[in-house]
Design a protein around this ligand. Structure first.
Ligand SMILES: Nc1ncnc2c1ncn2[C@@H]1O[C@H](COP(=O)(O)OP(=O)(O)OP(=O)(O)O)[C@@H](O)[C@H]1O
Length: 320
C-alpha cells in the first residue's frame, strides 16, 4: 500500500472569483472546488480565463472580488507556500543553464538538497539530460523539467498549466501515470488544458469554463454519462413526453424543456409521442462523444456570456 502524502486532505476552494482587465472580464464570479486524492482537469478554450484563475490562486494577480483558498487560506498566507503548492505557471528557464542547475536555483527557497534534485530529475525521466543546457531542450523536455520543479518540495498540491502541451503520445501516457500516482498518494492535482482529449485519460473530475464563467463541474464519469448515446427530444408538453417514455420503461432525464431518453431509438421515441398524441419540436439521435459534449458546454457558456445578468451555472446540461 502507498504511503499517503502528509498534506493529504488539502483542497482548493475557488469562491466568486472575478477579475477584469480593462474591458475584458477574464474571470467572472467563478466558484468551484478541487478535491484531494483526485486529478482535476481545468478546461476551457484559449482565453477563457484558466491562467488568470490559476494566477489568482497563486497570489500573482489580485482578484477584483472573491477568494481562492488552498487548505482553507489564501496561498500567500501559508508560511512557506512553495512547500504547500507546486506550480508550473511561472517556470522560467535560463537557456544557458543545465536542467540540474535550473533546479538548484529553486532548491534554496524550498529548503531541499541535491539528493532531492536527483530524485525528481529521475522521476520526470530526465536523468540522461540532467547536464544538458535547457536551451537545447524540446518543448516536451521543458514540460518535464517544469514538472520536476513543481515536485521538488514534495508539495501536497500540484497546479499544472497545460502540462501535456508538447508531449508526444508516449509522454502523455507517462504524464497520466505520474498524475494518477501523485493523486493516489492523496495529493490534490489541478491540471489545466484547452484540449479535453489531452487530459481525458488522466482526470477524475472536470471543471469547464468559458468566457471566465463556470459552465460545468462534475466527475469525468458523470460527464461521460451526459455524453452517452441517447435521444434528445422536446415539445410543448415535456412532462407528458417524459411520462409516456417512462411508461415504456425508458430512462428519462429532463433538463428544463429538453428530455434525454435512453433505451430507445429516435424512431421508437417518435412513434411513442405520436401514439400519445404529443407534438414534438425536436427529435435527435445523439451519438456518444465526450469532446462534442465539451464543445456544447463551451458554446452554451459563450452564448450566455452575451446576456447580461445571466451567470453561468455549475452544470451546463441543467441549463439546457
Ligand atoms: N495581464 C493582462 N492584461 C490584459 N488582459 C489580460 C491579461 N491577462 C489575461 N488577459 C485577458 O484575459 C482573458 C483570459 O486570459 P487567460 O490567459 O486567463 O485565458 P486562458 O484560458 O489561460 O487562455 P490560454 O488557453 O490561451 O492560455 C483573455 O481575454 C486575455 O487576453
Amino acid at each position: 500500500m502507498r504511503d499517503p502524502h502528509p498534506a493529504n486532505g488539502t483542497s482548493i476552494e475557488i469562491r466568486g472569483l472575478t477579475k477584469t482587465f480593462g474591458a475584458v472580464r477574464a474571470v467572472d464570479d467563478l466558484t468551484f472546488d478541487v478535491a484531494p486524492g483526485r486529478v482535476t482537469g481545468f478546461l476551457g478554450p484559449n482565453g477563457s480565463g484558466k491562467t488568470t484563475t490559476l494566477r489568482m490562486l497563486l497570489g500573482l494577480v489580485r482578484p477584483d472580488s472573491g477568494v481562492a483558498l488552498v487548505g482553507g487560506r489564501p496561498y500567500v498566507e501559508h508560511p512557506n507556500p512553495g512547500r504547500v503548492v507546486g506550480a508550473s505557471l511561472e517556470a522560467n528557464f535560463h537557456p544557458g543553464r543545465t536542467a540540474r542547475a535550473h533546479l538548484r536555483t529553486l532548491a534554496p527557497h524550498l529548503g531541499v538538497g541535491d539528493a532531492r534534485i536527483d530524485e525528481v530529475i529521475g522521476q520526470v525521466g530526465l536523468a540522461d539530460a540532467a547536464e544538458r543546457k535547457v536551451g537545447g531542450f524540446s518543448l516536451g523536455m521543458r514540460q518535464r523539467l517544469a514538472l520536476a520543479g513543481t515536485l521538488l518540495a514534495d508539495p501536497g498540491v500540484l497546479v499544472l498549466d497545460e502540462p501535456a502541451n508538447g508531449l508526444d503520445p508516449a509522454g502523455i501516457i507517462w504524464l497520466r501515470d505520474l498524475l494518477r500516482f501523485l493523486a493516489g498518494q492523496g495529493r490534490t492535482v489541478l491540471v489545466s488544458s484547452h484540449v479535453l482529449a489531452e487530459v481525458q485519460a488522466s482526470v477524475d473530475d472536470v471543471v469547464v469554463i468559458a468566457n471566465g464563467r463556470l459552465v460545468h463541474a462534475s466527475s469525468l464519469t458523470e460527464m461521460v454519462h451526459l455524453s452517452d448515446s441517447h435521444v434528445r427530444v422536446s415539445g410543448p408538453d415535456p412532462a407528458a413526453l417524459g411520462a409516456a417514455a417512462e411508461r415504456l420503461g425508458w430512462r428519462v432525464e429532463r433538463a428544463n424543456d429538453v428530455l434525454r431518453v435512453r433505451g430507445a431509438s429516435a424512431a421508437e421515441v417518435g412513434a411513442a409521442a405520436f401514439a400519445a398524441g404529443l407534438e414534438l419540436h425536436e427529435l435527435t439521435a445523439v451519438e456518444a462523444n465526450l469532446e462534442q459534449t465539451f464543445f456544447e458546454f463551451v458554446a452554451r457558456g459563450e452564448q450566455d456570456a452575451g446576456q447580461p445578468g445571466d451567470k453561468g451555472n455549475n452544470n451546463g446540461e441543467a441549463a439546457a
